[in-house]
Ligand binder design. Structure first.
Ligand code: SF4
Ligand code: ZN
Ligand code: ZN
Length: 321
């Protein structure tokens, strides 16, 4: 049995690879909370007048995000938003019951929204129709469920956050997610998305609620272990569409894991480096985002119609015929 390298008293239960330290449960928790607080303060993610809407998927990271927020800000200023994507075998009722109970135990108000009610199509509804369109017309670009799911979830979070009067939207992206997305945007040469990922980036439209990622400096191996020891009732089933995840992300993820194995801490250093480097580019970017002519929500520069409406129009055209 090892003794914790930090407090030198309690038994260690966790090996923090990127620092080479063995930690007890209390010191692991304190370390994670300190690092989240550091990110929140450094990038002014949450101020005293903010109300934060938290996207709670029922996955481990979303539980950890909620719990840590209760440790660093007033509970009355946190609202959970849980979205039922409508994916058979994955979006299960018990997951949402668990989220509801978890929020209740923490004293947090929680809103439950189904993708079908909010936007007209669940992920399954959308994919069924999209695949039919593709079968009928093979020139239609293949689309992964994750693309629709990601766009739809971001949209719902933004709309509901506005409705409940939230001033920030928090999501449970961890360090691994964040570094992967940075690298993907670099590989694609997408400077706008690269800059938008930075915690200090601007929203460029008053209808877009600023998104924050308070646990972005915490490794996935840490959030997994932390959720496990805290016995959080997190969703253990994998989404059936996970196999169809964009291949570039899968490759980047695998590559970073390989490097991390022999160079522990490399992703943390990469995050730090990219944050500092991109910070200089923030003010050189777009001044404002246009509004979509169909739905009135903000869209990307140069677009008349947002990506969401473009996809939905395709589906509706199919339903009309
Ligand atoms: Fe949505 Fe893709 Fe995640 Fe499934 S794997 S929940 S489709 S983003
Ligand atoms: Zn300790
Ligand atoms: Zn639109």
């Amino acid at each position: 049995m090892y003794i914790c390298d930090n407090c030198k008293t309690r038994s260690a239960i966790f090996f923090q690879r990127h620092t080479g330290r063995r930690l007890c449960r209390e010191c692991l928790e304190a370390d994670i909370i300190t690092r989240v607080r550091e990110q929140v303060t450094r990038y002014s993610m949450i101020n005293s007048s903010d109300t934060v809407a938290v996207g709670v998927s029922g996955g481990k990271d979303s539980y950890i995000l909620l719990y840590i927020l209760t440790q660093i800000m007033p509970i009355s200023k946190i609202i959970g938003i849980t979205i039922d994507e409508g994916i058979l075998g994955y979006s299960r009722r018990e997951v949402f019951e668990n989220v509801k109970n978890f929020c209740k135990n923490l004293g947090i108000e929680c809103v439950y929204v189904t993708m079908r009610e909010a936007l007209g199509y669940s992920v399954d509804d959308f994919m069924k129709l999209y695949l039919e369109i593709q079968r009928e017309n093979p020139t239609v670009t293949p689309l992964s469920a994750c693309t629709y799911c990601g766009i739809a979830r971001r949209r719902i979070l933004n709309i509901y956050a506005r409705q409940v009067g939230a001033t920030k939207v928090a999501t449970g992206h961890n360090l691994d997610d964040e570094v992967q997305t940075y690298i993907i945007n670099i590989l694609r040469g997408d400077i706008i998305r690269l800059v938008q990922l930075h915690p200090l980036s601007k929203t460029h439209n008053p209808k877009l609620i600023k998104r924050i990622k308070p646990i972005r400096s915490i490794y996935e191996y840490e959030t997994s272990f932390y959720a496990y020891i805290l016995k959080y009732p997190y969703q253990e089933y994998e989404c059936p569409y996970i196999e169809a995840r964009p291949t570039l992300r899968v490759k980047v993820r695998e590559l970073l894991y390989e490097i991390e194995k022999t160079h522990p801490g490399v992703q943390l250093k990469l995050l730090e480096f990219l944050d500092n480097w991109i910070q200089h580019l923030i003010n050189t970017q777009i001044a404002s985002l246009p509004l979509c002519k169909l739905c009135g929500e903000p869209t990307s520069p140069g677009r008349d119609i947002c990506k969401f409406c473009e996809l939905i129009e395709l589906i509706r055209r199919k339903q009309r015929f």
